[in-house]
Design a protein around this ligand. Structure first.
Ligand code: BT5
Length: 258
């Protein structure tokens, strides 16, 4: 059985044994004109997996899913901040169904397992613009990682959250189906999630909203306040104690209080 339906958004799916970064490779191919929108590149191992900024994504070979999809989004660029968020909705939904584990989304790009009130990062999303009109969306998920294999103390895996015998292959299909579904809805609303099921699904799964947070901004500045909303462009709206609302487009969040 084909891994991807013929009528699906995903034009082609390639699995490679080992690669530096699926995001970098797919972006290179897109720039060279040898990859089209809908391409999916999966690696059994990444030797130079990337996070945001100059951070790394590390995981033992075959311990999870490491893949990227190439998209040519139709909605205006200003809305593209929603891409990692909608990917999070798709991933969390697929993982919750496949593994029976409670999932949470930490704005902007972390997928967490929530077990006994403890949150651990099991997935990371990385959206990178390629040229004028394309985006490579990378997804890394920890599936079978054991405690002694965790790259950082805050990491977790589906197995550690209690999921038994989760196969990566059906998981990948489920994530791709979910991604196609939510990407379709987002496209249909021209990228405006306001009032759509996407915004509702994101708000329902997001563990950042409603919390007091410290935002570490890319320039080094910090902001403390309550995370009150995510806006139409995917920005986290943080309200200060004085009630001033500030939309944040990029940054790292530390959850301070429930
Ligand atoms: C991310 O960045 O979380 C985005 C990760 C995206 C990875 C995928 S894998 C397929 C595709 N190809 C790539 O090269 N990348 C994408 P960020 O929010 O910056 O978080 C990075 C931080 O997460 C690191 O600094 C570590 O603290 C932590 N980390 C690294 N590896 C991890 C892992 N396996 N599990 C949990 N946390 C990890």
């Amino acid at each position: 059985k084909a891994l991807v339906r013929e009528d699906s958004l995903w034009a082609g799916l390639e699995v490679v044994e080992s690669i530096g970064s699926t995001n970098s490779e797919l972006a290179d191919r897109a720039r060279e004109g040898v990859a089209e929108a809908g391409s999916v590149l999966v690696a059994e191992e990444q030797t130079a997996g990337k996070g945001r900024l100059d951070r790394v994504w590390t995981a033992p070979p075959r311990s999870g899913l490491f893949f990227s999809v190439l998209l040519r989004p139709e909605p205006p660029v200003s809305r593209w901040g929603w891409l990692p968020l909608l990917a999070g909705v798709a991933v969390a939904g697929a993982l919750a169904r496949a593994a029976g584990v409670d999932m949470g989304l930490k704005w902007p790009n972390d997928v967490l397992t929530v077990t006994g009130g403890e949150e651990r990062k099991v997935g990371g999303l990385l959206a990178e613009r390629v040229g004028e009109d394309m985006v490579v969306l990378g997804i890394g998920l920890n599936v079978t990682l054991r405690t002694e294999e965790l790259p950082v103390p805050t990491a977790g895996s589906l197995a550690l959250a209690g999921a038994q015998g989760v196969d990566r292959d059906p998981l990948l299909r489920a994530v791709l189906r979910g991604l196609e579904d939510w990407y379709g809805r987002w496209t249909a609303s021209d990228g405006d999630p306001t009032g759509s099921t996407l915004l509702e699904a994101y708000a329902a799964g997001c563990v950042t909203l409603g919390r007091t947070v410290r935002v570490e901004l890319p320039g080094g500045d910090e902001l403390v306040g309550e995370a009150v909303a995510v806006d139409g462009d995917g920005r986290l709206v943080v309200a200060s104690e004085q009630g001033v609302q500030q939309p944040v487009a990029a940054g790292d969040i530390v959850h301070l209080r429930p």
